[in-house]
Ligand binder design. Structure first.
Ligand SMILES: Cc1cc2nc3c(=O)[nH]c(=O)nc-3n(C[C@H](O)[C@H](O)[C@H](O)COP(=O)(O)OP(=O)(O)OC[C@H]3O[C@@H](n4cnc5c(N)ncnc54)[C@H](O)[C@@H]3O)c2cc1C
Length: 391
């Protein structure tokens, strides 16, 4: 059976991009789907072997320029990877996804030539991984004023405090730390980003246990105990660190939208097949009930419109024309629609939905992260409403 998402993507992206999507989709079908249940029941992170294979496919270098050893792809390629891997598992998809859209991206956007030369080739080969250190135990949505501090001492900076919820921390070689450097500065101009090696003296990482979403993805807390870094570790401009983080999040939010649509695409295929096969009342498939059809049609409309919207925004992103509101809106809407509809899809499929091997419960749980991650939907609406105010 052709996947509904494939039908849409063939019309939305050029042939060579669709061929790339197909290659990642086939990898996902053969290397991820058959192992997923086992990884889930073992509560294991994405196995190193799977990460190595994704590296061999070139996924960790996807949107990194060829001059730095990457594939020279664009944000559409990244989003296609999210759709292809996320169809089975958001956890697996977010591993290269966060490594690129949150880890490598600030370096690509704001790094000096020396920093790019030093890190991008190893990141593209999958030998290094950067993590995005914005959130803290006391600073989630209110991220502009970090409690982590960096104090200048001669030609060095000393970093102290704690970052949390850092995706990929388990595999990280470096963390991009957003730290307070100028508490008396103007709001939004008080912080600086630093590239800090995870093996630097005073850096401690702990995996955050008990997470029931994105179960195969690593989520870590990272402590900084008077960590000394040179001035050259600054990424971007001193006291302009929040801008580095916020600019990075625009692309990250498009990636999160792709994960929401990937889950929706899986649920749509699962539900439309089940609705034809499941017989109740007078030997009729449940897909003949109008209410069941409603859910399936609503999923199909949401997938079609979401993909069209997302691909359009990827092209704006490539032209540097994507606004923060546009990135926020597509993330809010795709995550909200997908999570509401996947819940209804589970209701359509009934009791089987409660079991891990059916797959819907995984997507239902993972969709929650798409609502709160990279800016919670409620907080992002604060941003979206600004141009709507009359004064
Ligand atoms: C699995 C996972 C992975 C993550 N990965 C990373 C990562 O790699 N790097 C990183 O830095 N962070 C990461 N995060 C953190 C994530 O970005 C934050 O969870 C998110 O920004 C929300 O912050 P919070 O959870 O502290 O919620 P809070 O800021 O405490 O907000 C809680 C709730 O209050 C409401 N609220 C807050 N502010 C507003 C507002 N202005 N308007 C209206 N309502 C509001 C909303 O309902 C919101 O959901 C990750 C989180 C998860 C769960």
């Amino acid at each position: 059976m052709a996947r509904r998402i494939d039908t849409y993507l063939t019309h939305l992206v050029p042939e060579e991009k669709f061929a790339f999507y197909e290659a990642v989709r086939d990898f996902s079908d053969t290397e991820i789907a058959p192992n997923l249940l086992h990884w889930e029941r073992d509560h294991s992170l994405v196995p190193d072997d799977c990460i190595r294979k994704m590296g061999e496919l070139g996924l960790f270098g996807l949107p990194i320029a060829e001059q730095y050893g990457g594939q020279g792809g664009d944000h559409t390629d990244l989003v296609l990877m999210g759709l292809a891997l996320g169809y089975h598992s958001q956890s697996v998809a977010i591993t290269p996804g966060a490594a690129l859209s949150l880890g490598a991206k600030p370096l690509q956007l704001c790094g000096t030539e020396a920093q790019k030369q030093a890190h991008l080739p190893a990141l593209a080969r999958g030998e290094r991984m950067f993590v995005f250190g914005l959130s803290e135990p006391g600073r989630g949505s209110d991220a502009a004023n970090p409690e982590v501090t960096a104090v200048r001492k001669g030609d060095k900076w000393v970093i102290s405090g704690e970052k949390c919820w850092s995706t990929n921390a388990h595999w990280a070689s470096h963390v991009v730390v957003h730290a307070m450097t100028n508490p008396s500065g103007q709001n939004g101009r008080r912080s600086t980003c630093f590239i800090v090696p995870m093996n630097q003296r005073g850096v401690f990482y702990q995996e955050m246990k008990g997470k029931k979403v994105w179960e195969q993805s690593s989520t870590g807390s990272i402590m900084f105990d008077n960590v000394e870094v040179p001035h050259e570790a600054i990424l971007g401009t001193e006291n302009d660190g929040f801008k580095v983080m916020v600019t990075t999040l625009n692309g990250g939010r498009l990636f999160i939208a792709s994960l929401a649509l990937a889950s929706l695409a899986f649920a749509l295929d699962k539900t439309r097949v089940y609705a034809e096969e499941r017989i109740q009342f007078d030997d009729k498939p449940i897909g003949r009930f109008q209410r069941v059809q409603d859910v399936i049609v609503d999923m199909d409309i949401a997938l079609d419109s979401g993909l069209t919207w997302l691909m359009h925004l990827c092209s704006l992103y490539e032209k540097n024309q994507l606004s923060r509101e546009q990135a926020a809106k597509v993330k809010v809407e795709c995550s909200r629609k997908a999570s509401e509809l996947v819940m209804l899809a589970m209701e359509v499929c009934g009791g089987v939905s409660c079991f891990d091997e059916f797959g819907l419960i995984r997507h239902h749980n993972d969709l929650f992260v798409t609502r709160v991650g990279e800016g919670s939907n409620f907080a992002l609406k604060d941003l979206i409403v600004r141009p709507l105010r009359s004064n």
